[in-house]
Write a protein that binds this ligand. Sequence first.
Ligand SMILES: CC(C)(COP(=O)(O)OP(=O)(O)OC[C@H]1O[C@@H](n2cnc3c(N)ncnc32)[C@H](O)[C@@H]1OP(=O)(O)O)[C@@H](O)C(=O)NCCC(=O)NCCSC(=O)CCCCCCCCCCCCCCC(=O)O
Ligand SMILES: Cc1cc2nc3c(=O)[nH]c(=O)nc-3n(C[C@H](O)[C@H](O)[C@H](O)COP(=O)(O)OP(=O)(O)OC[C@H]3O[C@@H](n4cnc5c(N)ncnc54)[C@H](O)[C@@H]3O)c2cc1C
Length: 672
Amino acid sequence: MPLNKEIQPGDNDELTRERLQATFDTQQMAAALWGSDLARKRRELAKKVDKLTVLHDSKDMSFMTREEKLSENARKVVQMFAHVADIVEDPSDDAEMFHLSSNAIGHEGHPFGVHFVMFIPALKAQADDEQREKWLMPALGLQLIGTYAQTELGHGTNLRALETMATFDKATDEFVIHTPTVTALKWWPGSLGKSSNHAVVSANLIIDGKSYGHHNFMVQIRDENTHKPLKGITVGDIGPKMAYNASDNGFLGFDHHRIPRRNMLMRHAKVDKNGVYTKPPHAKIGYSAMVHVRSVMIGHQGMFLGSASTIAIRYSLVRRQGEIKEGSGEVKILDYQTQQHRLFPQLARAYVFMFAGKEVRELYQKVLSDMEKGETTLLADLHALTSGLKSVVTHLCVAGMEQCRMACGGHGYSRASGIPEIWGVAVGGCTYEGENMVMLLQLARYLMKAVKETKKGKSLGRLVDYLLLPQDRHSLIGRVPQGEYGPHLAAFEHIARRQIFKVADELTKLQDKGMSKEIAWQKKAVELQRAARLHTRFYLAACFHRKVQSVVDGRIREALADLYHLHLNYELLDMVNYALEDAYLKADQVDFIREDMYRLLETIRPNAISLVDAFEFSDRELRSVLGRRDGHVYENLYKWAKESELNRADVLPYFDKYLKPMMLAARQRSNI
Ligand SMILES: CC(C)(COP(=O)(O)OP(=O)(O)OC[C@H]1O[C@@H](n2cnc3c(N)ncnc32)[C@H](O)[C@@H]1OP(=O)(O)O)[C@@H](O)C(=O)NCCC(=O)NCCSC(=O)CCCCCCCCCCCCCCC(=O)O
Ligand SMILES: Cc1cc2nc3c(=O)[nH]c(=O)nc-3n(C[C@H](O)[C@H](O)[C@H](O)COP(=O)(O)OP(=O)(O)OC[C@H]3O[C@@H](n4cnc5c(N)ncnc54)[C@H](O)[C@@H]3O)c2cc1C
């Protein structure tokens, strides 16, 4: 069977020649990335969206105002739901729906942005059966639009300091929702400003003057017909952001707004009509919607980095600049070693983030079904894993996307490249769903507990089993036959374990000297977040290893293994100081890693375009002139620029108003 190499009539010849060099079938690689069923569904879905012009952008969003963007994406999302049954096989499949949304709507946000990603997951996990009937069904049926209103103007991280109050009024069997101060205004919830009519609101539960901490409440905020805010509710948009500007992130205040008692989400924690409170089976079960988003973010961020890598690598095969050998003609910029070193490690990261995203979703589904039965044992493990992954993956994605942007030179800075918008959305991920540093410290808490267990000869969980293993003094990198990468993975494990034990010992020493646990933690916070990062980077490398091992097809496994080995080398060099500190690695071994990395850049080079083609991002989804599949970049850049609103007339009014009078006056002065 011939290998599928994604060649189409009308393609730029340069790209066709590149594609013909591939050593593997791109559709099979797509199956390894997405799973064969989803890869097929994605392909079919993209073709259907291509045919449905109502789902197409009416013009490039870069040339729109915020209000036009909101309106455009509201139009498309409505059309998307109207045609959903003809396009997707299973509308309850989040991955298929995300792909549809990426194709039709893009990543700038839309009125249902938080509805599906948080509002519905919060209802699924926290509403009891009767409440599900009342809100989940209408929410799934698009009879209402919901958001998740937790963060306040004054507090986002420290949830215990949230100020919004939900005071139980026994006499009327109601809660009184109130915003006591300006800092208590809800601030940031997506699609709240102008679109949503319902919100899951986090507020302090107060019964007979006693506070029980924050809980989630269903609050209708706008009239379902007029869409006007209900009495006692103030709501609006918080203004433009770095990106994601088709989303109306909003503010929300309550003036003694009353809701029925049964609007508190009561699957786990409960309040009866006499004001008797029942505790949930796990104190943090109400945080499940956050854990859900953290778990989906990993794969999404991988896709964002995959998109940026696709754009930069395709463009680097079209762009020629300078000569390597004088007189032999200008080369494709991807032929420069520096360009390969800039881009291929980002491509490898995109792959592993997508693999990790899949693993973590499987764990989330398991925890969710356990929670349904009141079983919460794995919740802490999941929280620790997602906290670390969310932070490391968003951070590396953003750094990687910036490399992709710079690798496109000047054109990367243009919105025509498509990178600025996806970068802007991805960088939001460093902040939303828990600020990265804060979440790393959550994982560090778990790791410190794991050390305590390890010292008793036990493991806190599967993810930290490696802490029980003895430390090797020296690495075997470069001391085993060429092509064996076991020692590389062992090096990740070594530096994570060493940093975890080192900081645990330092904490103990400070406490032994009489310092409180909290102050000792502060003194070692930077080292603690380092331990969390190293643990997560080991998890990612091990996940890549598991994936390569699981691939059956030899050609796919070989191409994936090249990326995996590059990942091991590149990431180890990025963290090499940790391995040098205890002389685990020697200078010659570092040189060995570098040389092997350069070798791998050359090995990967002929497969580069097919490795990005394998993501199977459609042109519609990429929204990038530079990353076009057919490679016809220059003529389309010119076409795109002509669409700029500034080109609507040769002379714009500001010239006559300001510049012309100034220049005339200057000329007159010089004539005097
Ligand atoms: C965790 C906190 C930092 C601290 O919480 P507490 O103060 O309650 O902690 P304590 O000190 O009391 O207890 C610590 C203890 O609890 C354990 N813990 C904490 N959390 C959990 C948990 N979730 N599960 C289990 N256990 C938990 C912890 O391990 C400790 O245990 P030990 O004591 O045993 O050590 C908390 O304050 C916190 O989480 N803060 C962060 C707040 C946050 O994350 N807010 C999120 C707000 S919502 C939001 O940001 C939404 C963003 C959505 C944006 C969507 C954009 C989408 C972009 C496009 C991509 C997707 C596309 C989607 C579809 C489409 O649009 O098409
Ligand atoms: C695009 C976007 C969409 C959002 N969507 C929603 C939404 O739909 N619903 C919603 O409720 N919220 C939403 N948010 C809010 C978001 O969840 C919060 O902004 C986020 O959790 C961070 O909280 P913060 O803003 O209070 O940051 P802060 O906590 O004020 O962070 C500022 C700095 O303080 C540091 N810091 C804070 N606490 C600690 C600590 N304990 N230890 C060490 N350092 C600390 C942080 O590391 C950071 O450097 C959104 C935010 C963005 C950007």
